[in-house]
Structures are given as C-alpha cells and as structure tokens.
Design a protein around this ligand. Sequence first.
Ligand code: ADP
Ligand code: SF4
Length: 695
Amino acid sequence: MSAATGAAGGRDPRFDILFEPVRIGPVVARNRFFQVPHCNGMGHLRPRAHAAMRGVKAEGGWAVVSTEEVEIHPSSDLSPYVEGRLWDERDVAPLALLADAVHAHGALAAIELVHAGINSPNHHSREDALAPSHSVSPHGYAPFQAREMSRADIRAYRDWHRTAALRARRAGFDVIYVYAAHDLSLAMHFLLSRHNHRRDEYGGLLENRVRILRELVEDTREAVGDRCAVAVRLAVDEKLGAAGLQADGEGRDIVAMLAELPDLWDVNVSGWANDSATSRFAPEGHQEDFVRFVKRVTSKPVVGVGRFTSPDAMVAQIRRGVLDFIGAARPSIADPFLPRKIETGAIDEIRECIGCNVCVSGDYTATPIRCTQNPTMGEEWRRGWHPERVPVSARPERFLIVGSGPAGLECARVLAARGHEVQVADTAREPGGRVTRESRLPGLAAWARVRDYRLAALRRSARVGLYLDSEVSAELALDSGAQRIVIATGARWRRDGVGRANRLPVTGFDSPAVLTPEDLDRGLRPRSPVVVFDDDHYYLGGVLAERLRAEGLEVTLVTPAPLPSAWTVNTLEQRTIHRRLLELGVDLVVNANACGFDGERLRIECTITGRQSLRPAANVVTVTSRLPEEELLRALAADPGRLEAAGVVSLAAIGDCAVPGTIAAAVYSGHRYAREFDCAGGERPEPLREYAALD
Ligand code: ADP
Ligand code: SF4
C-alpha cells in the first residue's frame, strides 16, 4: 500500500485556461504545461533511469515532456558530459523506452536534436570538431580547434540531422526539435556573425546565415512532418548587446524570416547562465521582456520559460499574449506534479523550485540529476522513489526528531505520510534551521521555500507536533516516549580556519576578532576593514562579502581558489557573483591562504609562490568547513542501556549532523531515513544499477 503525501481539492476556474489543449502541427498537447529540454546526467549512459524520470513528469500532468540535448553524430560528442545520443540505430531502443514512458501517461514526447559544433570536444569519438569557420574551442582552455565546414560537410550535417529525425520518429517521438540556442549548437553558430565568417551562401548577410537553420527545419518536416511536429529552439537575445543576437535586432529578424516554418517556437535568452538564471540574480518571469515579441511575429504556438511556479503568473503569461505554453525545466524538476496540483486545486502542495541550480551541477559533474527541493529526482528508477507517494508502514511508531532544519522537516513530512506519529523539537524560535537563516542573505529569499513547502505539509497532518523554543537534552529525549529518536541538529562553522587549505588550526584564529557565519546571524557586526576568508568555495563566503559590503564595510575576500565562489561554476553563477563583488567594490584576493592573525592584520600566503603579505583586518569572517552538532547524539549513544530502558529502539543522525553538506544533501538524507529506517532485515536496499551491454 502507498500513500499520496497530499490531498486534492477542485480546480480553481481561474486556472482553466492552463488546461486548454493546444495543437502543435500534426499533434495536440493536452494542456499548456511544457517540460522543455533539460540535461540530467543520465542520458545515453542510464536510459532506464532517464525514462523513469521523464515518465514521472508525464504522470504529473505535463503535456509535453522533452529529452535533453541529443547528439546526432560522433562529431558532436559532448563527453564527458552525459547527454542523449542518437549516433546510430542502436540508440533508437533506449530512447524508445523514454518515449514509451511518456506516452504511458498521455503526454507527447519531444526530442532535442543537436549538433554541438565547436562546443563538442569529441574527447571520446576523436572526430574533428566542426564550425562555420575555423575557430578555437570555447571549452575551458582546451587546446583544440574546429575546422571550417566545406559544402560537403554541410551536406553531411543535413543528412545526419535528417537521419536522426527519422530515428527519433521510429523511437516514438512526437515533437522533433531543431536546436539553435545557448550558443551550444552548430545551427546557432551559423547564425552568429562572431562565429560565422564565411563568404559563401551560408555566411555574410543574415539571410545567408539563417540558411542552414531553414534547411534543417525543411529537411525535418519533409522527413517526419507527416506525423511529428517540428520545433525550433532559438535564443532570441544573448544579453551581449550588439555583439550578439538581440530581441530588437537579429533575434527578431530570424523569427520573422522563419515565422511560419516550424510548428512551434521555443524561445529563450542565451547563454545557459542567462536562461537558467538563479533566483539570487533573476526573478520569476525574467525573460518576458526578451521573448514577448515572438507571438506578434508568428501565428505558431510559442513556449518560453521563466522559473514559473505560480499559477497566477502562468495565467498572466497566456492572457497577456506572451506565451502559449508554460515552459519549465527547473519547476518540473522540483515538482514533477506541478500541473496535476494546479488541476486538482492542491496549490499549497506545490513544491516550488528555489532557483539554486543544484540540478545543473549534476550535468556539470556528469552525474545523475539531483534537486534541493525534490529528493526523489533522479531516484525514480534507481531507488523506486515516487515524488508524491511513499509506502505506508505496517505499524505506526512514535518518533522524536530533534532539529527542524531541512533534514528534520523532510524526515517528519515523509514519516507522517507513512503513518507515523512525529514530534519535532527545535531550540530556535523559528523552524527551518539553516534555510531560515540563509534565506535572509541577499538574493536568497526563495530558499525559504524548502522550509515552507514542508511546514505546509506538516500543518496538514494530524500526526505531527512541532515544538519550537525547545532545547532537547538527552533526558528530555529519553522521557519523550519516542520509540525512535532522529537527531537532525545540523552543524556549525569552524572558528579555527580548518578547511581544505589549512588542515590544522590557523595561528591566531582563537582571537575574539575572528567571527563565524553564525556570529553574524546572531547580530555581531564586524568593523572595517573586514576580511572574509573563504575556503568553502560555494555561495556563502561570496554572499557574506556581498552583504557586508552592502552594509558599508570595507571588505576583502581572500580565497585559496583561483576564483571567488569557485564551485558556483557548477550552478552557472560564478561569473555573475564575481561581477557583483567587483561592482560592489569588494577587494578580491585569489590564490591566497590565511596563515596567521594578530588581531589587527591577517597574514596571507600566495598558494602558488608561497610569498607572504599582511592585510589589515579589524575582523576576520572565516567560512572554511563545518563540524556536526553531535553532542546530543553522543550523549544518547553513550548509554545504550538507558535507551533500551526508555523503550527507544533506534537512534540515528541525519543531515548536517551526520555529515555537513548542501541543503540538497540534508533534504535527501531526511527523506532517505524516513523511507528506509524499517527496511526488511535492517539493511538499506541496494539501488539498481545500469550495466554496459556487451553486444
Ligand atoms: P540540517 O541542514 O541537517 O537540517 P540545520 O542546521 O539546518 O540542519 O538545522 C538544525 C536545527 O537543529 C537548528 O534549527 C537548531 O536550532 C536545531 N537544534 C540543534 N541542537 C538542538 C537541540 N539540542 N534541541 C533542539 N534543537 C536543536
Ligand atoms: Fe530548482 Fe534548485 Fe531543484 Fe534545480 S535544484 S529544480 S533550481 S530547487
């Protein structure tokens, strides 16, 4: 037996318009919810996992469910990134799994055919990279070039694309994309005069640069258009001013030239960092100003994205004539059941995307997708997890969860859905732990949705009691009557500077002038000049520097990495963070380690030369690594006899208390415990694996 984690009411007539069917060429979408292509780190290597993930979205009510980029030829090999692949006939069957999974729930399956041109390093295939003109790889600083395509290459490219479209139709896809967006595809490279320096009929005037895109659309229609819709995904603006496509320039002209040729326009702002901007830097609906012209230029349906999670905002997009389809990648990852919840009136059950781009980091690290809000994302096949249903336990038990951070709240939500009685206690006056604190930092307000979604679920449950302002000691825990105690007490930042660069405490960091992020939360105000020492490299050091600078302090950010907030390259934010810090006037000192503090000056050492220098610092804020808050865990674990005497059958730590990590990891940890604490034989189930076929 299993239980849905929420209940449903009736649909608000205000939202009826979102459920109108829309024709796309030869096929009809059942409503206006369109999961646009997005990467997932599963692709051609993990086809079963991929199919199951897309199938769940179809089950959740999306009318169109798309793949990610699908490489059409070995000369478009994106390895080590794991994308879709349609190089030859053997790739048809794995993709058919996906199309079948989507069709099983009444949705249309869309495939994004891609030749990535200069963007394909071809590390695995070792084919020559191709481009409109001789050019250097944009891939990091990789020492390779792409060669200028001959006319024969262009003919071959068209043929590969056409063959891939035929294979996609055989795999069962209903919508075939021609991709010219994000500066990531050959078709787009031909459009751009910065990439295309040709003097033949494919270069020069825009009419010529657009030729290959027109031909690809015509070829695709001719090959599969009887049964499949043909979509164009186009970047209408690149936010590069005159150096790139502009919505009031060539971006618009391209749509006008091809207006009625495709069956669907999927339009966005390039590159990927602009398209998938995080909530720290862009609000919901941030692309509207760029894409609104498209519907005035074509009669074909238009899909666009904007991290839409509010049904009212979606309705406004349709009513104001901006879009025909509500496109979504991230909102469909955070909540695959978003359309169903709107359809059934379960609005307060929507698990809203927080715009953190942890999902994107899966692609960057070539690993299966994960999501901060939705711990089941990527686990649909591997662990058999469903985003809305959990198995009901045979026997209800009484739980005490200590800590109401993301781990504790998620654990409580799932345990309650499984039929258990749950008490959650927290020392703090507000629930949410670190997400409540961090959501007060500049640009991070949407992160509170991690807390709010879970609190709303707990409020709907009669089985959960939430006790705030309640410090739990070992005695209180033992007296609580709980059969199972779960410690979710989180972690604290180290004060001694220990992290990656310093494996031992930094001399002088025992000074009262050294502060931690928690000290700032408690209201301690540093004095100028303040140095933020960031050896954590994710968002926190950078965002604290931003906040302190915005408060008027003189701020230096010192980091052993070559870039500030270096790991945020994986969330597409690094450049934007870097720019903001520079624009705010934060002094950036990179490749530098902190190696001593005398209360007034921080001694720093160049990580390359070892040369040392002094920086004036009235205060140092140290963001290096964290230690679990495990005192309560240790006190309880120290005396198993007392636990047994109190009737406690298990004691466990979850989230940052078990191992400090991301918010996504804490949510996942809480979720996993709640699903697996009672598995048969006490052994956690082994996840499924996909093995390479030995054909
Ligand atoms: P996680 O990310 O693992 O969920 P957080 O640090 O966000 O962890 O949350 C931990 C929560 O635990 C904080 O809100 C903190 O106030 C609470 N907490 C820590 N120790 C205790 C305790 N002994 N009794 C009750 N609450 C506690
Ligand atoms: Fe949204 Fe973050 Fe989940 Fe991505 S990881 S879908 S940005 S909540």
